[in-house]
Ligand binder design. Structure first.
Ligand SMILES: NC(=O)c1ccc[n+]([C@@H]2O[C@H](COP(=O)([O-])OP(=O)(O)OC[C@H]3O[C@@H](n4cnc5c(N)ncnc54)[C@H](O)[C@@H]3O)[C@@H](O)[C@H]2O)c1
Ligand SMILES: O=c1ccn([C@@H]2O[C@H](COP(=O)(O)OP(=O)(O)O[C@H]3O[C@H](CO)[C@@H](O)[C@H](O)[C@H]3O)[C@@H](O)[C@H]2O)c(=O)[nH]1
Length: 466
C-alpha cells in the first residue's frame, strides 16, 4: 500500500481545507477529496470566486485556485470519498465537552466516533486512517476498536499525525513545517502505513523533518506542544501586571530574556490573553486526562495557564472601566479587532468576546471593527456565551465596516487584534472625531504610544507604566 493515489479528508475546516490544499498542490499525482457534512461550507469551498472560500488564510485562495478541479475536490458525498480512498484523514472538530462527564474539560469525541463508525460501515477494503484532529492520548485505541468490528475482514491501520499549523501563517507552516509528526504501531503493517504517509509528505518535506514515534507519543506531543506554547504566553502575561506596578517594561523584559538562547524570543508577546480554538481546549483536555489518572498536581500545574489567561482578559476590561472613571454605562468603546489574532477570520475563543461580555455587563456601548469578521459572527460569539438575551447583545454592540466610522464619537478605543493595518490609520483624524479625553487601550502593544500621546491621546499599553 505504499503508493497512495487517493486521499480523503473528513472535515473541511481550518485544518482540513488548508492541509489538503497543500497536499494536492505538492502531490499532483494524488487525488485529494475533502468532505464535510456542512453543505454551506462545501459550497463555499467550491465557489467559482475563490475569494469566497470559507477560511481566510494568506496564500490559500491561490493554492485552491491552482489545484481545485485538477486533483483537489470538495464534496458532501462522504461515503463515496471514504469508499474510494486508500488513506483517510479525520480532521473534524474536537471541542471541549459542554455536557455530562468531563463537561468543561474533556474533549468531545462525538464527531470522531461518528467518523469511525461511518468508515466502518462504508469501507470494503484495507485503509489507513490518519488522526489529524487533536485527540486525547489513547484515542486511537477507541477508533481501532470500532473499526475492528466491521465484520467484513477489512484491515485498518490507525496513524496519529497531529497538525501544528498556526492560523494566519498556515500556508507557510504547511509549506515548510518545523517537523511533521507521525505515530504508528510497531508491527510490520503499522510501519508500512507509517511509511506510506512519510512518502506523501516526502514529496516536499525533507526526510529529517519527518519524525516517527509510537501512536501514544504522537497524540500526547500535540497536547504538550500547545500547553508549552500557551504557558509561555501566560508566563509573559503574568509579568505584565508586575511591570505596570514597577515601571519595568514588558517588551524590554521579553527582549532581554528572549536573547538567552535557552529561552528564545518567540511566543513572548504580551497580550490581552491568548485565544483561538486550540490552546484552551487542549490544555483543559490535558488537565482532564491528568486528573483521570489521579495526577492532581500535574492537572493543577497546567490549569494555572488557563487561570492566568482568564485573569488577563478580565484585567484588561477592568482597566478600561477604571480608567473611564469607574463607569462605562452608555459610553461608546470601540474595539479594533475581533479575530483571535491577525490574518485570520477565526474568532473562536478570541479575547475580544470575553472583554466585550464584561463591558456589556457594565452597560457599555460597544462598536466593533475587524477587517475580516462580519456582524453575524460577532453576535454569534456573544450569544454562544449565553450570558444575556441575543437582543441585548444586538443592542449593546454595533458592528461597523469602516474603522473611522467605528471610532467616531467614542470615549475609548481598545485594540483587541494586532492587524497591521491599524498601525497605518490616520490617528489624528481618529483623535479629532472622538470625545475628549480620547483614550486608547492597546491590548496588543501594537501602536506607537509616544506618537499617539503627541497627538493628544491618553494611552494605556499592556505591561508598561505609560
Ligand atoms: N484550527 C487550527 O488552527 C488547528 C490546528 C491544529 C489542529 N487543529 C485540530 O484539528 C481539528 C479540526 O479543527 P478545525 O479548526 O479545522 O475545525 P473546524 O470546526 O473548522 O472544522 C471541522 C469540520 O468537520 C466537519 N465535521 C464534523 N463531523 C463530521 C462528520 N462526521 N463528517 C463530515 N464532516 C464532519 C464540520 O462540519 C466542520 O466543518 C480539531 O481537533 C483541532 O483541535 C486545529
Ligand atoms: O507571543 C504570543 C503568541 C501568541 N499569542 C496569542 O496566542 C493565541 C494563539 O496564537 P497562535 O499559536 O499563533 O495561533 P493558533 O492558530 O491558535 O496556533 C496554535 O494552536 C494550533 C492548534 O492546535 C497549533 O497547531 C499551533 O501550533 C499553535 O501555535 C493568539 O490569540 C495569539 O494572539 C500571544 O498573545 N502572544
Amino acid at each position: 500500500m505504499n503508493n497512495i493515489t487517493k486521499i480523503c479528508c473528513i472535515g473541511a475546516g481550518y485544518v482540513g481545507g488548508p492541509t489538503m490544499a497543500v497536499i494536492a498542490k505538492k502531490c499532483p499525482h494524488i487525488k485529494v477529496t475533502v468532505v464535510d457534512l456542512n453543505e454551506q461550507r462545501i459550497a463555499a469551498w467550491n465557489d467559482p470566486d475563490v475569494s469566497n472560500i470559507p477560511v481566510y488564510e494568506p496564500g490559500l485562495s491561490e493554492v485552491v485556485a491552482e489545484a481545485r478541479g485538477r486533483n483537489l475536490f470538495f464534496s458532501t458525498d462522504v461515503e463515496s470519498a471514504i469508499d474510494e480512498a486508500e488513506m483517510i484523514f479525520i480532521s473534524v472538530n474536537t471541542p471541549t465537552k459542554t455536557y455530562g462527564a468531563g463537561k468543561g474539560q474533556a474533549a468531545d469525541l462525538k464527531w470522531i466516533e461518528l467518523c469511525a463508525r461511518q468508515i466502518a460501515r462504508v469501507a470494503k477494503d484495507n485503509k489507513i486512517i490518519v488522526e489529524k484532529s487533536t485527540l486525547p492520548v489513547r484515542t486511537a485505541s477507541a477508533i481501532k476498536d470500532i473499526l475492528q468490528h466491521t465484520g467484513n475482514g477489512s484491515q485498518f491501520q490507525i496513524l496519529s499525525n497531529p497538525e501544528f499549523l498556526a492560523e494566519g501563517t498556515a500556508m507557510e507552516d504547511l509549506d515548510a513545517p518545523d517537523r511533521v509528526l507521525i505515530g504508528g504501531d510497531s508491527t510490520a503493517e503499522g510501519q508500512n502505513a507509517v511509511q506510506a504517509l512519510v512518502d506523501v509528505y516526502a514529496n516536499w518535506i525533507p526526510r529529517e523533518r519527518i519524525l516517527t514515534t509510537n501512536v501514544w507519543s504522537s497524540e500526547l506531543s500535540k497536547l504538550t506542544a500547545n500547553a508549552f506554547l500557551a504557558q509561555r504566553v501566560s508566563s509573559i502575561n503574568s509579568l505584565t501586571e508586575l511591570c505596570e506596578k514597577t515601571e519595568a517594561n514588558i517588551s524590554e523584559v521579553a527582549k532581554a530574556i528572549g536573547t538567552d538562547s535557552r529561552i528564545g524570543p518567540k511566543f513572548l508577546k504580551a497580550s490581552v490573553g491568548f485565544g483561538g480554538s486550540c490552546f484552551q481546549k487542549d490544555i483543559l483536555n490535558l488537565v482532564y486526562i491528568a486528573k483521570s489518572y489521579g495526577l492532581d498536581e500535574v492537572a493543577d500545574y497546567w490549569e494555572q495557564v488557563i487561570i492566568m489567561n482568564d485573569h488577563q482578559k478580565r484585567r484588561f476590561a477592568n482597566r478600561i472601566i477604571k480608567n473611564l472613571y469607574n463607569t462605562v454605562n452608555g459610553k461608546k468603546i470601540t474595539f479594533l479587532g475581533w479575530a483571535f489574532k491577525k490574518d485570520t477570520n477565526d474568532t473562536r475563543e478570541a479575547a475580544s468576546i470575553y472583554v466585550a461580555d464584561h463591558l456589556l455587563h457594565e452597560q457599555a456601548d460597544i462598536a466593533v471593527f475587524d477587517p475580516k469578521v462580519q456582524a453575524p459572527q460577532v453576535y454569534a460569539d456573544l450569544d454562544y456565551l449565553r450570558t444575556r438575551e441575543p437582543a441585548e447583545n444586538k443592542s449593546g454592540v454595533t458592528v461597523v465596516t469602516d474603522p473611522y466610522e467605528a471610532c467616531k464619537g467614542a470615549h475609548a478605543i481598545a485594540i483587541l487584534t494586532e492587524w497591521d493595518e491599524f498601525k497605518g490609520y490616520d490617528w489624528q483624524k481618529i483623535y479629532d472625531s472622538m470625545l475628549k479625553p480620547a483614550k486608547v487601550f492597546d491590548g496588543r502593544n501594537l501602536l506607537d504610544a509616544a506618537k499617539l500621546q503627541e497627538i493628544g491621546f491618553q494611552v494605556w499599553s499592556i505591561g508598561s507604566s505609560i
